[in-house]
Ligand binder design. Structure first.
Ligand code: ZN
Length: 345
């Protein structure tokens, strides 16, 4: 990830003697932390505490709403202050507002974003993390037993945001021998669908080098329920990292809307990571019909091939190409069951 000072920042030192120039100097940086209306913006020269300009609050609530997006359909906006125009991971323009302080004036175009419904209003989108390199979906091999349907939810959300997913299995040492074949069969299936899988144990050290390599030089957004061994895994990546992340996540979970406190952590090996505790509905609430089927990569070849075309829900219609593929064994029943449950959501 890179962040650049634009041309005007070359004048920073001389501008400090000239208030007019200082006000005009537009800098760019990356939002690495967000807490109660204060955004930490990192530049090559350090990190500043920034607030939003009032103009940004007014004009950038829906910065890039496409005509088809649900944001455009919102007629009346209430509780608009809860929809934050700036997310962790955003590249922003800001200008100086005193020593180590800044005012964010614009959000630069996003490569991608993970979002969820705004608190109290499911018609509004709240972007949680922007410019994501990969989603890391963490599941324990055992204790607690993995819920693949939840993994499928994460995968669909990541597909919708066009972000790759790394499936990170932890606690391999806790897996009873008799359950190993089922786990490996499941992982082989996900690999065949194109997903990267790492199988790790912080007890035996198995898979940790692979996992560290998979994080290198990327912005990784972690998803997964508590108890899956995320803290131990992160501590194994880098001593102390798990505990630092856990401290922030505790604040996030305590927050009224789960999104009041988010932080991007640097990885010593290169790259960054962000934890998103308690967020299972990334992007999914806005998906339906063909968009939901599109999130299941194995269904894509059949979308539009059904008798009822894009109107087919692939649940009960005659002439459904997806269910024909299911019957022929080209789509596995378990993944199809996940699709059916998500349809019903
Ligand atoms: Zn169909």
């Amino acid at each position: 990830m890179s962040w650049n000072l634009d041309a005007t920042s070359q004048n920073t030192s001389s501008a400090s003697n000239n208030s007019a120039n200082e006000a005009a100097a537009q800098l760019t940086g990356t939002v690495v932390r967000k807490s109660q209306g204060i955004y930490s913006v990192r530049t090559a020269e350090g990190t500043l505490a920034c607030e939003l300009s009032s103009r940004l609050r007014k004009t950038l609530i829906y910065p890039s709403a496409a005509p088809t997006s649900l944001r455009h359909r919102v007629k009346e906006v209430k509780g608009i202050g809860e929809v934050d125009p700036v997310a962790v991971g955003d590249q922003v323009s800001f200008h100086s507002a005193g020593p180590q302080r800044g005012l964010i004036t614009a959000v630069l175009p996003r490569l991608n974003a993970l979002s969820r419904p705004a608190a109290g209003n499911r018609r509004l989108e709240h972007v949680i993390v922007a410019n994501v390199g990969q989603v890391v979906a963490v599941f324990a091999a055992a204790q607690p037993a993995p819920k693949w349907e939840l993994l499928d939810r994460y995968l669909v959300a990541a597909e919708a945001a066009d972000v790759p997913t790394l499936i990170a299995i932890t606690k391999l040492d806790a897996l009873p021998e008799g359950d190993a074949p089922a786990l490996h069969a499941e992982m082989d299936n996900y690999r065949k669908l194109g997903y990267r899988v790492t199988l790790t144990s912080t007890v035996t050290g198995e898979g940790l080098a692979d996992f560290c390599a998979a994080l290198r030089d990327k912005v990784s957004v972690f998803v997964g329920k508590s108890g899956v061994g995320k803290t131990s895994l992160l501590n194994a990546v880098e001593p102390g990292l798990g505990l630092r992340v856990k401290a922030v996540s505790a604040l996030t979970e305590k927050g009224r809307h789960s999104t009041t406190h988010l932080e991007m952590f640097d990885l010593a090996g290169g790259g960054q990571m962000i934890d998103t505790p308690g967020m299972r509905e990334f992007g999914l609430w806005a998906l339906s019909g063909p968009d939901l089927a599109h999130g299941f990569v194995e269904m894509r070849p059949y979308i539009g091939q059904c008798k009822f075309g894009l109107d087919c829900t692939h649940l009960h219609e005659p002439g459904c190409a997806v269910r024909a593929a299911l019957a022929a064994g080209r789509i596995c029943q378990r993944r199809y069951d996940s699709y059916r449950r998500l349809q019903a959501d």
